[in-house]
Every structure is written in structure tokens, then in C-alpha cells.
Design a protein around this ligand. Structure first.
Ligand code: SAM
Length: 383
């Protein structure tokens, strides 16, 4: 844990990519939800909760002569952009940090940015208690505000599966969780932290990983966490993104996990993340229960093709709609629209499937309305 005296900290590569991911997503999230509210003729009002907000800015280099902004100020800038387009819009921000120094630095910066006089607060307290207060208020006022929660602790800090579950019971929420797997493995190995780990995971299955290599332990814990987000937390859609750390081989320091109950939110997140994955930083969506899977953006990787084919083969009802395959692949694999289509085209070229397109659909793609049938021809030479 950084000493107070170090605040603000010098930014690290892994934080830069985390910020890129957040920044790439939060703009489209605001845009889509504001437009949706406009269409429904209801007040255009959104909220962002930064559960572990930090001081709002970092030193950009070891010389400490230039700064760059952290997550709350990044979101505040985007909010200003969208409110600038329509001053009737509202955007609430709640930032939580337990350190007074972080709170003081951030409060001053956020106040400076608050040019449209929005409800932007920074509170010095523990994440758990503040979030539960917020949820009490939301529940008693029956507000249906879309809220984006960014949960970005240092190493491991307290945030329980119970609280995540309560958040996910709200109608229009999304969570972006920084799962610091490297530190969590160490905590799971130490009986002193068992109680905390039980709260984090929501059960004691984390104790069952006492075998295997560090990579296997990490894979076990991230899979367990995602599984628990679904089975205990109640999230319908959970997508872990592995953020590879330079010089750490196959052991990432952290995963960013997106959880929601909305299929559109999942697709928007994956589509935007796939754009960041083309950046020089190592970054991959790993899909669900797939272990160390193929790259997001590489359609030639056979894993996605193979999984799509397996999905098609397992279904007894045929032919089936393209939309069904796309939805399954978004939820269960690392695929996004482009790579899913490309995989199907490879299968078509190899005569493994027949794509029955609607009259005006182009032959070089596959889109909504097309029907897929399998021919029974094996594709062994590809795998
Ligand atoms: C990784 S930093 C946050 C960085 C910030 N999200 C950003 O990207 O700019 C984590 C912060 O969480 C705070 N923190 C740690 N445990 C906490 C807790 N239980 N409740 C609230 N804040 C906590 C630390 O003081 C630290 O400032």
C-alpha cells in the first residue's frame, strides 16, 4: 500500500490501460442512456460511483513534473461534454475514499471541473458503509437512475459479494470491478485473511485451490469470482478482461470484470474494449470458463471458430438464426460481432456450415435474419 506521503502517485502502465478502458466505455454509456431517456421522454439523469476514487490525478513520470487525471476526473470531463450538448441533462458523481489526503485533493479538483453545478460529492469513508447508505436512499426513494459503479481498490480492499449483490438488485446498474488477482492469491493463502476472502467471494470455495501453479491458482480464482458474481451476486452477464502486465509472463496483476443484467450493456462493453485491445498494451477478453483463451481481435485463432462450431453441433433444433449464435458467443466467448462473423465465414468456406441469407444480404458477411445449418462435414484439418 502506498504511503500517504506519496499521494498523488506516479502512474503505472497498468493504471494507464485501466483508464483507457474506462474512458472508452463511459462516453458511449452516457450517450446511449441519455438518448434512451430522451426517447422515453423522461429526465436525462445518470450517476457514476467511484468506490475507491483516489486523489483524482497522478504524476505522469518519476520526475514528478507533469500530471495526468485519474478515473473520477476522467468521467467528470466526459459528463461535462454531454451536459454541454444539452444543459437539461443531469449527472451525479459520488466518490469514496478512506484517505483524507485523497479526498482533499480530489474534492478541490472536482469542484474546479464542476462548471455545470452538478451534484458531485467526495466523501471520506469506507466503501462498504457508504455504498449501503446510498442503496438505502435509492431504495427508499424508488429512483430508477442508471448507475455505473467503478470498483477499483488497491490490492485487496473490503468490498463484499453481499454489497455487490445489493448493487445488482437495482434495475439499471453496471459494475466495472478491478479484480486484483495477484494480491488476492496471496490473501487466499493466508488464514489471517480467510474472513475477508469469504466476504469478497461470497463463499469459502477459494480455499479449494491449494494445488497447481500460480497460473492455475489465478485462473481458478478469477473463474470462481465470475461464477459467484452470477450465482450469488445475481449478475446475468459477467465478462472478465485480462490485463496483461509487462514482465509478468502469463500472470496478470489484475482483471477488469464487467457485470450487469443487460445484454446491450455487455455488447457495448465488449465492442468498445475490443478497440482498446488493439492498443500496444496486452489486453484480452477471456470469455467465460474458457481458461486462457485466444486473442480478442484475432479471427484466425481457432478457439472461437471451434467453440462456435461446437455450439452449432450441440443444438438439436436446426437451422438456427444468426442472432442466436451471436448472442451466445457474446455471452460465452471472447468474440465480438466482427470476429463471430469472420468465424462463421471460415466455417462456410470449409463447407462445414451453409449460410442461408435473405435475398438482399451480401455473400461476404453474415447478418441478422440469416439461417445457419451444419453439413456434417468435419473440420479436423483446421484444429
Ligand atoms: C487504486 S486507487 C484508486 C484509483 C482511482 N480509481 C483512479 O483510477 O484514478 C485505490 C484507492 O482506494 C482507497 N481505498 C482503499 N481501501 C478503501 C476502502 N475500504 N474504502 C474506501 N477507499 C479505500 C485508497 O485510499 C486509494 O486511494
Amino acid at each position: 500500500m502506498a504511503k500517504k506521503i506519496d499521494i498523488p502517485w506516479v502512474i503505472q502502465d497498468q493504471t494507464i490501460i485501466k483508464h483507457q478502458l474506462l474512458e472508452k466505455y463511459i462516453g458511449p454509456w452516457m450517450n446511449i442512456l441519455y438518448q434512451q431517456q430522451a426517447r422515453m421522454k423522461i429526465k436525462q439523469h445518470l450517476m457514476y460511483v467511484d468506490g475507491f476514487s483516489g486523489p483524482g490525478y497522478y504524476w505522469s513520470n518519476e520526475q514528478r513534473n507533469t500530471t495526468c487525471i485519474g478515473s473520477p476526473l476522467m468521467v467528470a470531463s466526459k459528463a461535462n461534454f454531454y451536459i454541454g450538448q444539452n444543459p437539461n441533462r443531469k449527472f451525479d458523481i459520488l466518490c469514496i475514499d478512506k484517505e483524507a489526503q485523497c479526498v482533499n485533493l480530489l474534492a478541490a479538483k472536482l469542484a474546479e471541473k464542476n462548471i455545470y453545478k452538478q451534484d458531485w460529492k467526495v466523501v471520506q469513508t469506507q466503501f462498504e458503509s457508504e455504498i449501503n447508505n446510498l442503496l438505502d436512499n435509492i431504495e427508499s426513494s424508488r429512483t430508477k437512475l442508471p448507475i455505473f459503479f467503478f470498483i477499483d481498490p488497491f490490492g485487496y480492499s473490503d468490498f463484499s459479494m453481499n454489497t455487490i449483490k445489493r448493487i445488482l438488485q437495482q434495475p439499471l446498474v453496471e459494475l466495472f470491478i478491478n479484480f486484483m488477482v495477484y494480491d488476492i492469491v496471496r490473501h487466499c493463502e493466508n488464514a489471517q485473511f480467510y474472513k475477508n476472502m469469504e466476504q469478497l467471494f461470497g463463499n469459502t470455495k477459494f480455499k479449494e485451490f491449494n494445488y497447481g501453479s500460480p497460473e492455475q491458482k489465478q485462473a481458478y480464482l478469477i473463474n470462481l469470482y465470475c461464477e459467484n458474481l452470477r450465482s450469488i451476486g445475481g449478475a446475468k452477464y459477467v465478462m472478465p478482461f485480462r490485463v496483461n502486465t509487462p514482465n509478468m509472463g502469463t500472470r496478470p496483476r489484475f482483471y477488469l470484470v464487467h457485470a450487469s443484467n443487460n445484454y446491450k450493456a455487455l455488447t457495448l462493453m465488449k465492442d468498445n474494449m475490443s478497440k482498446v485491445s488493439e492498443s500496444p498494451y496486452g489486453f484480452e477478453a477471456i470469455g467465460i470458463a474458457s481458461g486462457q483463451m485466444s486473442l480478442f481481435e484475432d479471427p484466425q485463432k481457432l478457439e472461437l471458430i471451434k467453440r462456435i462450431l461446437e455450439f452449432c453441433e450441440k443444438r438439436s433444433q436446426r437451422p438456427f438464426e444468426y442472432d442466436k449464435i451471436e448472442e451466445w458467443a457474446y455471452v460465452n466467448t471472447n468474440g465480438v460481432s466482427r470476429t463471430i462473423k469472420e468465424s462463421l465465414l471460415v466455417l462456410e468456406k470449409e463447407n462445414v456450415i451453409i449460410i442461408d441469407r435473405l435475398p438482399k444480404q451480401r455473400k461476404n458477411t453474415v447478418t441478422s435474419g440469416a439461417l445457419i445449418n451444419i453439413t456434417g462435414i468435419a473440420l479436423e484439418h483446421l484444429f
